[in-house]
Design a protein around this ligand. Structure first.
Ligand code: GLC
Length: 451
């Protein structure tokens, strides 16, 4: 006989599996993540740093460096085969005059984001921090002449935002990356030690680039030990890239990545440790600013993507690409602030809500926030006069499965209106009679609070 915990667990996994079908609207749909590395069915308890990370739910990714002056993305050096002698000139014009860690952290806070992950060094090898003699390819050797990571970490803390650092492992600048890999790793590890010991407590490190040398011995353990020694609270992430979303790596890794793709539910049964999940995504099609890229997401897509992440308990790391001088472009901060109004309106569900096997039709689903249940209803329209509103209202019954608690009331979170419902406790189904948005409102994804 199956134990109740196992039965419940299987139900949870199978029901949350529906996300794979609904993710079809995303061209970067990915496979399911599974890692049974022991023969028990237990789900491990998250370590405190991982639990803290999961509770943060929503973060800002920032890609910024000397490449931002060209406005053609962070891969420009590689794509346009710019020789080092040419590329180096970008140092002479890098003023960082609009880079203000505190202002950026305030935008993140207003967006409802709890953390920021900033590129301390990207693949072009340029460091935003003072490398203290390791290299002259850093912010101290530019007209900016200041340690921008210091400005960033101080600014974050002043606004109550947790700073995390992205750091490349692939390096187009250091010849040793190609010619003497051991020497390169020495340099990389010293770089990480500098970051671990000069900027106070960090929320984590987000590495990227091991995918560029798949068969190399990256001495990952050694690098992660430096972090564990100096920054025990920091989580460790190492991006598996576009082609291996959700894949687990070294046992020290605390979260898997879903780059540009909707995260799938994670099967944590039998894992040796609890690993979180995070989806990172661009607002248009570039990470570093692309001045001729107009394909921006707006608040509706941001809200829907955040919901798709929370549906499977993953974090959402949404990218901005600051200008040459280091300011977040107006259209990006405006979209973030506007979606932040939605996040604040639904804060309890967004931050505390956890997957609990509650599924609706289409993209609809439910979350359990410490016993408070929320239903996420998609594709509603605005009710109004036929001479002023267009499109269907989407009103009508919506059935959810997996609701095991007796429900006594259901109401819209945005205006408190109560809703009719029927429940079949034995079957675990709940049918809520949804109304369209009242004229004057459209919150994109509308939440029902159950009592
Ligand atoms: C990729 C790219 C990189 C970007 C990263 C963000 O790995 O190489 O430019 O920083 O994805 O996820």
């Amino acid at each position: 006989m199956m134990s109740p915990t196992r039965r419940e667990f299987l139900h949870r996994i199978l029901s949350t599996g529906a996300v794979a079908a609904t993710a079809a609207i995303n061209p970067f749909d990915s496979g399911r993540c599974h890692a049974a590395d022991t023969d028990t069915d237990e789900i491990p308890t998250p370590e405190p740093r991982v639990a803290r990370f999961e509770r943060m739910a929503y973060g800002m990714f920032i890609h910024w460096g000397i490449y931002s002056q060209l406005g053609r993305g962070e891969w420009v050096m590689n794509r346009e085969k710019i020789p080092k002698s040419e590329y180096q000139k970008l140092r002479d014009t890098f003023t960082a005059k609009d880079f203000d860690g505190r202002r950026i952290a305030r935008i993140a806070r207003e967006a409802g984001m709890k953390y920021i992950t900033l590129t301390s060094r990207h693949h072009d090898g340029f460091s935003l921090y003072d490398t203290r003699g390791l290299s002259d390819h850093d912010a101290m050797h530019t007209p900016a002449r200041r340690d921008l990571i210091k400005d960033f970490t101080d600014g974050c803390r002043a606004e109550g935002i947790t700073p995390l650092l992205y750091h490349t492992t692939l390096d187009w600048w250091q010849d040793s990356f190609r010619d003497d890999f051991d020497a390169y790793l020495e340099y990389l590890h010293k770089s990480i030690e500098i970051l671990c010991t000069n900027y106070g407590p960090l929320g984590g490190f987000w590495f990227d680039g091991n995918w560029s040398k798949k068969d190399a011995d990256w001495k990952e353990d050694r690098m992660y030990q430096i972090i564990r020694r100096h920054q025990p609270q920091a989580i460790i992430v190492n991006n598996t890239g576009l082609h291996q979303r959700g894949k687990l790596g070294n046992p020290e890794i605390d979260s898997v990545t879903f780059e540009q793709g909707r995260p799938t539910p994670m099967d944590r049964r039998g894992m040796k440790k609890y690993v979180a999940g995070e989806m990172c995504q661009t607002m248009n099609r570039h990470w570093g600013i692309g001045v001729n890229d107009f394909a921006y997401m707006g608040p509706p897509q941001i809200i829907e993507n955040l919901c798709a992440c929370r549906k499977v308990g993953a974090n959402y790391l949404l990218n901005v690409g600051p200008t040459a001088e280091g300011a977040i472009p107006d259209y990006e901060s405006a979209a973030l602030r506007r979606s932040g109004d939605w996040v604040r309106m639904h804060a309890d569900a967004v931050y505390q809500g956890k997957p609990a096997g509650i599924e609706g039709g289409g993209d609809d689903f439910g979350l359990d926030a410490d016993g408070r249940l929320y239903l996420f209803v998609h594709r509603l329209g605005v009710r109004g006069d036929k001479n002023v509103t267009v499109g269907p209202t989407g009103a009508g019954p919506r059935t959810f499965t997996g609701v095991k608690k007796k429900v006594t009331a259901a109401q819209w979170v945005d205006n408190g209106q109560t809703l009719k419902f029927q429940q079949d406790l034995d079957a675990g189904t709940l049918t809520v009679h949804c109304t369209g948005f009242p004229y004057g409102t459209n919150t994109v994804v509308r939440l029902v609070k159950l009592a």
